[in-house]
Design a protein around this ligand. Structure first.
Ligand code: ARG
Length: 263
């Protein structure tokens, strides 16, 4: 009796090993099923983007996106797990199944839509220009030929790096940073002339650094949404349903109001 059981166990172990090694051709699929953990909603973000996501003193990530993701996870009966990474890794993480969704104050763009699906939008933003208080730069026109700091691969980067005839300032005038805060520190140090970044982080950076102001100019309005793998239509539907309920019952608005104080 015992022997038989052992044999069965032994056999299935061999079979499992054969299956693992035999699946060389479908690496991608295998990776996906291994990384998406049952019962968990893994959110990819870049936690240097207050008030959407940032570290609070300790090593806890807080912010609008965290609370919205938590509310969505609660609705779906999943446990929320946050993966902090570079902003330009988020879409890849979602595509490869390293994360179930990206929530990072991410703007819906046509180009990103080629790679991922976007949920319904839950917030909006505009790009703002931060300069030093005593700067000679007073308008967007004054920015031509100046050194502009941006966070790598963000919409601010995309707009600023475009050629002047397309409304930008040209790649050569743009310095890319991994974190928005690094761009701001470089501005404070006087090594660049301006930073282009979303309005809410801009307000937060200007508050936490002396001698900075936001120029009174606006870019087009952007829509923030969660990005989800094109292979996971089911999650997209569920997230949209959850977001709709959270909008309906006022949860999203109260989260926004908690972090965004009217000026
Ligand atoms: N809204 C901008 C974009 O989508 C910037 C987002 C940056 N987010 C972040 N968590 N660092 O490109």
């Amino acid at each position: 009796m015992k022997m038989k059981k052992l044999l069965v166990l032994g056999l299935s172990a061999v079979m499992a090993a054969a299956m693992l090694t035999g699946c060389g051709g479908s690496d991608k699929k295998e990776e996906k099923s291994l990384t998406v953990t049952e019962g968990t909603l893994t959110m990819a973000t870049n936690a240097y983007f207050p008030p959407y996501e940032y570290y609070e003193e300790s090593d806890e990530i807080v912010g609008i996106d965290v609370e919205i993701a938590q509310a969505v996870a609660d609705k779906l009966g999943l446990e929320l797990k946050i993966e902090d990474m570079e902003f330009d890794s988020i879409i890849t993480a979602v595509q490869t199944g390293k994360a179930d969704m990206g929530l990072a104050g991410m703007t819906v763009t046509e180009e990103r839509k080629q790679s991922v699906n976007f949920s319904d939008t839950y917030a909006t933003g505009i790009q703002s220009v931060i300069v030093k208080e005593d700067s000679a730069i007073k308008s967007l026109d004054d920015l031509q030929g100046k050194k502009i700091g941006v966070q790598l691969s963000t919409t601010g980067d995309i707009y600023a790096s475009a050629e002047p005839e397309d409304g930008g300032f040209g790649k050569d005038n743009v310095e890319q940073f991994q974190k928005g805060a690094d761009a701001v520190n470089t501005l404070v140090a006087g090594k660049i002339d301006a930073v282009i970044i979303d309005n809410q982080p801009a307000i937060s950076f200007v508050k936490s650094n002396e001698g900075l102001i936001i120029l009174d100019t606006e870019y087009v309005q952007e829509e923030y949404a969660a990005c989800i793998s094109k292979d996971n239509e089911e999650l997209l539907t569920k997230v949209n349903e959850a977001l709709a309920e959270l909008k309906e019952d006022g949860t999203i608005q109260s989260i926004l109001d908690k972090y965004i104080v009217a000026e």
